[in-house]
Design a protein around this ligand. Structure first.
Ligand code: MG
Length: 226
């Protein structure tokens, strides 16, 4: 069974910091089309601190590391994203407590629990045009790979990135029902959800980081800042 090392988990978080910081203004511009335009800055405020403190974070095991990330995200990411993303990391930390490597099944369970936590925290469900519309299909695809016994984690990552990208177009014409974008109602139809876009771009950047050859096909992922 192929395992995901603690070093890989740490690298994924480090890469996510770079993704969020590079896309700070792009994500806020996307949010400004239907929301209050703060999404990129909210995320970047927290991830800038994670990036700066990265070398001194608790790395005694994966759970301890993710718990620290969860605390920093909850404390420093602004707007509604802080509690949402913080809850996701908290749930992932609980299931990886004491572990120094993860199987694909472990990682899939962590995402499943993160999704449950985010749903409980924010009250959103599939089709409400939130990041759950990316995370839930990614989780379903991961469960398929667990059931099939897929050993090549690069294949899983590529498929996950595909699912997140598909969610951008699948939800584009929906009206947002949760978060601040819901307050503008119909104006959110036709604009992509920045949370969904952020998940797609993070997964695309993980592909790049971990040597998975993948060409993006949705405008928002193709056109992000280099
Ligand atoms: Mg906003």
């Amino acid at each position: 069974m192929t395992e995901i090392s603690q070093a890989t988990v740490e690298q994924a978080v480090k890469t996510t910091c770079a993704t969020v910081l590079r896309n700070e203004f792009y994500f806020s511009d996307l949010d400004g089309l239907a929301g209050d335009g703060d999404f990129g800055t909210s995320l970047a405020t927290g991830y800038r601190i994670i990036d700066a403190e990265f070398d001194s974070l608790d790395k005694s095991n994966i759970g301890a590391f993710l718990l620290k990330i969860s605390m920093l995200v909850s404390k420093h990411v602004g707007g509604s994203s802080g509690p949402i993303w913080g809850t996701g990391f908290m749930r992932a930390a609980m299931l990886s407590k004491g572990k120094e490597s993860l199987t694909l099944a472990d990682l899939t369970d962590m995402l499943g629990s993160a999704i449950e936590g985010i749903q409980a925290r924010g009250g959103a469900k599939l089709g409400d045009k939130t990041l759950l519309d990316a995370l839930i299909p990614v989780h379903e695809k991961m469960k398929e790979h667990v059931a099939a016994g897929t050993a090549d984690l690069g294949v899983v990552l590529k498929d996950a990135a595909d699912e997140a990208e598909k969610a951008i177009d699948a939800t584009r014409t929906l009206v947002a029902h949760r978060g601040r974008a819901s307050q503008v109602g119909e104006r959110s139809s036709g604009t992509p959800d920045p949370g969904i876009v952020s998940i797609a771009i993070i997964l695309q950047d993980w592909c790049k980081q971990f040597g998975v050859d993948r060409t993006p096909s949705v405008a928002e992922v193709i056109n992000q800042p280099a």
